[in-house]
Write a protein that binds this ligand. Sequence first.
Ligand SMILES: Cc1cc2nc3c(=O)[nH]c(=O)nc-3n(C[C@H](O)[C@H](O)[C@H](O)COP(=O)(O)O)c2cc1C
Length: 187
Amino acid sequence: MPRLHIVSTSTRPVSLGRPLASWAAGIAAEHGGFEVNPVDLAEINLPFLDEPEQPAARAYVHPHTHTWSALVESGDALVFVLPMYNGSFTAPLKNAIDFLYHEWKGKAVGLVSYSAGPTGGAPAAAAIRPVLQRLGTRLAEQDVAVPGITGLVGEDGTFTAPEGLADELTAVLDQLAKLLTEEPVGE
Ligand SMILES: Cc1cc2nc3c(=O)[nH]c(=O)nc-3n(C[C@H](O)[C@H](O)[C@H](O)COP(=O)(O)O)c2cc1C
């Protein structure tokens, strides 16, 4: 069974995306097509890129880079659960992507964005797409956008999904599963 990392990418201590990512991991487990592995970028705790060589050289010297590399390598697919900050993707997500290079190639990737406002972070997802395409990931055609995140996470830290969101995420998971059955382009 393919392995899917559900990556909560906010590094804030009280991230509202963390409950959303937990919910998404539950939906992915119910989907049944993946072995699901929840990942929290805050726990990965990467510094700003501090490798002396370019990531494409894969000459990592730091244990945190080896750990992150091995984790990404261990998955066939990833769903990034990403907040929108100031109209775009966040620095910690871009930093975590920039840390690696070859590891991204061929991964099937889905995007679940969220924001306090009405866009649900769709501009952040749209902005990170070309970065992920450049690295040779295979992106699901659709993204999932979750607007009004502040009203969907209760004081007890649980996420209440709006109607239809589970179906939207399931459609993305179906796309990821399908992508993994196809030959990667150019290989
Ligand atoms: C630095 C920063 C910038 C933000 N910019 C936006 C924004 O452009 N649009 C929006 O709707 N919400 C914005 N917000 C609100 C976030 O969507 C909201 O705080 C959300 O909970 C952030 O995700 P997180 O809690 O998982 O870090 C911003 C929040 C932060 C911390």
